[in-house]
Write a new protein. Structure first.
Length: 185
């Protein structure tokens, strides 16, 4: 137990060398994951272009602690729907226990799913919790870019800047209590 007298400043907390090592290892792992994520996107873009796919549209939806990909649709350069081939590409990863680099062969569909779930986790952690969220990714292999349309669901309490709306995105009347107004973000 340390007693601090009012006339003396508290000593600065010490960072243990063990904690410093853990933080350094985590920073190194984070940097490696960013590099592998960028590599995996390039591998996917190259693979999609090699098989003639220009865009992949991925719809997702989640709420109540559960979320899933609803559909994956590939389109060729003419904009026609095509089937993702069963061919495989090699995605890189990091072994969670050893931190060693790994490689896995994934079908195009599995690679798209993994990339989308990783992006959702990185940008909107918890997207599937409570009222949840839905949206669409557009993987543009020609432009080598990924666009996300993210829609968070839920009713919020009134705020001074909010305007009341008593219908959801589908034009349906939500169930509101008699003495409360509906407010939508």
């Amino acid at each position: 137990m340390t007693i601090h007298l009012p006339s003396r400043a508290a000593p600065a907390p010490e960072t243990s060398s063990e904690l410093a090592q853990i933080l350094a290892e985590q920073a190194e792992r984070n940097a490696a994951e960013v590099a592998l994520h960028a590599r995996n996107k390039e591998v996917l873009f190259d693979g999609l272009r090699h098989v003639g796919i220009a865009h992949v549209l991925v719809n997702f939806d989640g709420s109540g602690d559960s979320g899933q990909i609803e559909s994956i649709e590939a389109r060729n350069d003419a904009g026609h729907s095509v089937t993702l081939p069963a061919a495989q590409i090699t995605f890189a990863g990091i072994d969670w226990q050893s931190g060693a680099p790994t490689e896995r062969r994934l079908t195009f569909e599995a690679a798209v799913e993994e990339l989308v779930y990783d992006l959702l986790s990185d940008t909107h952690s918890g997207w599937q919790d409570n009222d949840g969220a839905y949206g669409e990714f557009c993987i543009d292999a020609r432009a080598r870019s990924i666009h996300l349309e993210f829609n968070e669901m839920g009713w919020l309490p009134p705020s001074p800047a909010a305007t009341p709306v008593c219908q959801d995105d589908l034009g349906q009347q939500p169930s509101c209590g008699e003495d409360e107004e509906c407010w939508k973000r």
